[in-house]
Design a protein around this ligand. Sequence first.
Ligand SMILES: Nc1ncnc2c1ncn2[C@@H]1O[C@H](COP(=O)(O)OP(=O)(O)OP(=O)(O)O)[C@@H](O)[C@H]1O
Ligand SMILES: [Mg+2]
Length: 363
Amino acid sequence: MRLFKIPIIKKLLTPISLGFLTGERSLLGIDLGSHTLKILELSDKGLELVNFGMMTLPEGADLEDPEKDDLIISTIRKLIEQLNIKKTEVAVCLSIHHIIVKKIEIPFMEKEELDEGIIAEAEQHIPYNLQEVNLDYQILGRSSEDKMDILIAVAKKEVVERYMALFSEAGLRPYVIDAETIALVNAYETFYADRSSIVALIDIGASKINLIVLEDLFPIFNAEIPTGGKYLTRQIQDRFNMNYAQAESIKINGPSDNTLIQPLQDIFTLVINEWITKIKRTLRFFEENHPKAIDKLILSGGSSRIKGLTDLFYKEIKKPVSTFDPFKKLKYPSEKFDAAYLEYSVPQMPIALGLALRKMGEK
Ligand SMILES: Nc1ncnc2c1ncn2[C@@H]1O[C@H](COP(=O)(O)OP(=O)(O)OP(=O)(O)O)[C@@H](O)[C@H]1O
Ligand SMILES: [Mg+2]
């Protein structure tokens, strides 16, 4: 669990520099989750949806196991083809367990000296050899007469290189690698822009719950809780002695056998209560270390779609709860998109949206 006070980092890691690609073209946002791949394209001109689609990764695909990358690459290719996307420049993201974000204090340097100076300073603050990592930084400000605060973001080179290779093999050019958390924050900043409240964004995915607290639109706290939809599916599998696909199917569509309704409901209640306990503990930790309380919760992630989950969160956590909804600001051509599909997809869109907000010429 990390506690940090940072402004929004616009671009965490820039693995390659394609100097000739400048201008305001938007990048294709790709949120490669551990369960579902999401691809989203925005218009170069503004907040209008050009393309969006999702595809479940095949069983066996594993974000933690490069040996299985072929399964991921073929899924990316399939979805790109299905959506008829021509753009190849993409913004992708890493989850927070792959990135170290840290505020460090260093001797004051002029901007031109920083690129080199920071390397010497950063080494003492990270558990890796600098040859092993990609590093990006942002100046936070002067901390005293002769010192300055810098925010560094570090990812292991092997992880960055794997992602580069994976997307390149799918025929794409990764132009920005962002932190998932920052992508979610950027989406919130763009589609809500509510400075007055302290907000907890809670993304409940397949393998993790990512919890970010924002104050004045700045992320001031971030924690990853290692549970999610896959855990729920596994509980169903164990209880009913089913394979993964059967359990996933009754989780989403309900059982065809009526006698399973109640025991299934019991598993849902048990697992959601476990999630709530962990989330409450994390929120309490934040509130004990911060002068102001959290005003509201905004949920995203496929597992936030579970019926009754929002009400249970409200009842147990006692704060207003809603689902991230970009469509007050985000336009889409109604002849191209099915409104019901977009409404269904909303919880799984925010990270891909935050990535698609990236521009090619952005520095
Ligand atoms: N209607 C539904 N009811 C219950 N669970 C659902 C529903 N729809 C999707 N899910 C679950 O949501 C998860 C996928 O959500 P999401 O796309 O946010 O995860 P991910 O980004 O792939 O995972 P992660 O971010 O943890 O790596 C899966 O576990 C899936 O079973
Ligand atoms: Mg996810």
